[in-house]
Write a protein that binds this ligand. Sequence first.
Ligand SMILES: [Fe+2]
Ligand SMILES: [Fe+2]
Length: 242
Amino acid sequence: MSLRIAAVGDVHLGTDMGGRYRSHLTGIEEKADVLLLAGDLTRHGTLEEGEVVVEEFRDLPIPVIAVLGNHDHHSDKPAEIAAMMREAGIAVLHDDAVVLDVNGERLGVVGGKGFGGGFAGKCASEFGEPEIKAFVNHTKRIADRWRTALKELEADRRVVLSHYSPVNDTLAGEPPEIYPFLGSYLLAEAIDAEGADLILHGHAHMGTEKGVTPAGIRVRNVALPVLGRAYGVYCLNGDGRC
Ligand SMILES: [Fe+2]
Ligand SMILES: [Fe+2]
């Protein structure tokens, strides 16, 4: 049986949205084996918004795995929000991996927030001011951690969950001027080096759902405004169709 991955990002829950997202998750276990959340779960990263996220996604009939996004960092409480989510049984990845047993197969999910920098030929480089070096270094460190996590991953199926995009295909529709703030080719380079079956990301609200890495790995932008529905479902069989 094929593994069915439900995914959505950028739900941007505010304190006025309690219960509203949850109503769209009824019966999700009929459609998917696991739910992946691709960051920007809150609007401003406050603890109050984090509590709404916990209540919307806790105790679902299928496992939930999340990464945080840039909005979830805005109030400098990402660790606290992640701890609240973990306390409620939601796995939160921070440049590491989790392996689940699903339908007798080991599903490995590697991921984290990711970061920007741009794409080959039009990207930031480690040159000049320390601030620019720190910006590029942040992405490089993340890409290195993902590479190591994928190398060490013992799983039958491999999914990478990110907030920022590893490719520019799925940014189509966004202004090209902001591509360097939407993702980085370094993420795709690391994933391509070790291999994965599927990459999911959010962040690019005006982007495009489907893309592919240079090595041919499927990439899906699951930002809520792109999907236009509560979640997408992606299958890990030969052609990816459910
Ligand atoms: Fe967002
Ligand atoms: Fe974002």
